[in-house]
Design a protein around this ligand. Structure first.
Ligand code: 5AD
Ligand code: SF4
Length: 459
């Protein structure tokens, strides 16, 4: 890639002049898809001679990889851009860039330019791989570079990635989404479904394992749609079965699943699997069939409950988590009660709950919304109380058991302790040597709180 070499050359000159290699920092908002994109952006930057900065005020390039799933995510980005004004003033050569989902929305470039005229670089989700070209331009003439592609292109394979963890990795299997749930902005900012070939995915997984990776998470907005666009009979169940065969790989996770596409064939593959933990994130969004219809989810409350029944029958020890939106336009107290009822019936291990946020350009944005903000907040509180009850109950069942835990690092709240995850994706905190990071170890659970488990190493 000539642009990579060009920027690398310019960065060498920077280093000769300033006495240090230029530093970058990427601030990532939103989901694992964005986290993975940030790893790719970091990989490209390091190829061009940038080094990772530990803090924003150390950086010569700051990239905000943004999210727009809810209004709050967007306002966070805009307010953070405001805070960066001073850094730019103190360091005139600092390049501030904005990329990711938010940039794909209509008029957003204008909004950003208006709110923060010192943002020099804006690019979208479809042209991320052009970053070297954009940097080459900015570094040669100090111009602004705003470049958003209106449509997705072919998948670009083989981009470098600077992974956050040496022992676990995120692997994209499908980009985009065709579902158009009426509340959701994703199909408009990530484009139509595009699956990678099984051959490309498997060879990436093999290379990761060769590099020391033990656990992978397969990523897609709807992993169950995997392969539909390839039109060669490939599907998610077959992909999992192929990935299972990669020697040296220990755990295979995946997210996110869509209830309407969760096949019996997949349940069979999961049942036989030695490497896919019995854990499933299956967003339900609402327990009211009427609201589910207005959301365009493609299943009813009964369909969801029947799917859960089948999955639990095949995998009795499975941990199930979900996403729920409260206060969708037109949601009545009765609809909300249906959601609480579904939560009671499924007994989720955990859930992400959100108040509906209006996204301009989506079909729900023009639906009449007569539920007050207060009512929505109050429903969220009631839902969360119920979710906490079940999470607490589910976690109690782990007391005294010894779980296989992948040690991920130091605990965020207490650097004296380690943090890891069980097969069922539960967070466990325990004391132990830092040398255990990256290893699978047995941990005996000694305390079960609503959201975390505590334990001791049982080696
Ligand atoms: N408002 C609130 N929550 C939303 N989600 C997606 N769009 C919206 C919205 N407009 C939630 C869904 C999805 C999760 C990633 O974010 O629950 O599963
Ligand atoms: Fe959004 Fe629905 Fe697609 Fe998920 S499946 S990304 S909620 S449109």
């Amino acid at each position: 890639m000539p642009y990579i070499a060009q920027v690398e050359e310019m960065n060498k000159r920077f280093q000769a002049e300033k006495g240090y290699a230029p530093k970058y920092i990427i601030l990532t908002y939103g989901c694992q898809m964005n986290e993975h994109d940030s790893e790719t952006l970091a990989g490209m930057l390091e190829k061009m001679g940038y080094e990772k900065a530990l803090a924003e005020n150390e950086a010569d390039l700051i990239l905000l990889n943004t999210c727009c799933i809810r209004e709050k995510a967007e306002s966070k980005v805009l307010s953070h851009l405001g805070e960066l004004r001073k850094l730019k003033k103190d360091k005139p050569w600092l390049i501030i860039g904005v990329c990711g989902c938010m940039t794909q929305q209509k008029d957003i470039v204008e909004t950003i330019r208006h709110a923060a005229s010192y943002v020099q670089l804006i690019f979208g989700t479809y042209n991320m791989h052009h970053l070297p070209e954009y940097l080459a331009q900015i570094l040669s003439d100090d111009s602004n570079c705003y470049n958003i592609f209106a449509k997705e292109e072919e998948i670009v394979e083989g981009l470098p990635a600077k992974r956050e963890y040496p022992f676990k990795a995120l692997v994209n299997i499908i980009y985009g989404c065709n579902n158009f749930c009426t509340y959701c902005i994703v199909p408009y900012v990530r484009g139509r479904e595009r699956s990678r070939s099984i051959a490309n995915i498997v060879s990436e997984v093999e290379a990761l394992v060769h590099d020391g990776v033990k656990e992978i998470t397969l990523l897609g907005q709807n992993v169950n749609s995997y392969g539909k666009d390839l039109k060669d009979g490939t599907n998610f169940a077959k992909l999992i079965a192929e990935i299972e065969k990669v020697r040296g790989l220990k755990r295979v996770r995946y997210m996110t699943s869509h209830p309407k596409d969760f096949s019996d064939e997949l349940i069979e593959v999961l049942k036989k699997s030695q490497k896919v933990p019995h854990y499933l994130h299956l967003p339900v969004q609402s327990g009211s069939s009427r609201i589910l219809k207005r959301m365009n989810r493609g299943y009813s409350k009964e369909d969801y409950l029947e799917l859960i029944r089948k999955i639990k029958e095949a995998l009795p020890d499975i941990a199930i988590t979900t996403d729920i939106i409260v206060g969708f336009p037109g949601e009545t107290e009765e609809d909300f009660q249906e959601t609480l009822d579904l939560v009671r019936k499924v007994e989720f291990d955990n859930a992400f709950s959100f108040v509906y946020s209006k996204r301009p350009g989506t079909p729900a944005a023009v639906m009449e919304d007569n539920v007050s903000a207060e009512e929505k907040k109050e429903r969220l509180a009631r839902l969360n109380a119920l979710l906490a009850e079940f999470s607490h109950k589910k976690n109690q069942a782990y007391l005294g058991k010894t779980e296989e835990v992948l040690v991920e690092g130091l605990s965020k709240n207490n650097a004296e302790t380690l943090m890891g995850r069980t097969k069922s994706n539960k967070t466990v905190i325990f004391s132990g040597d830092e040398a255990l990071i990256g290893k699978f170890i047995p941990v005996k659970i000694t305390e079960a709180q609503s959201w975390i488990l505590k334990g001791e190493v049982a080696l």
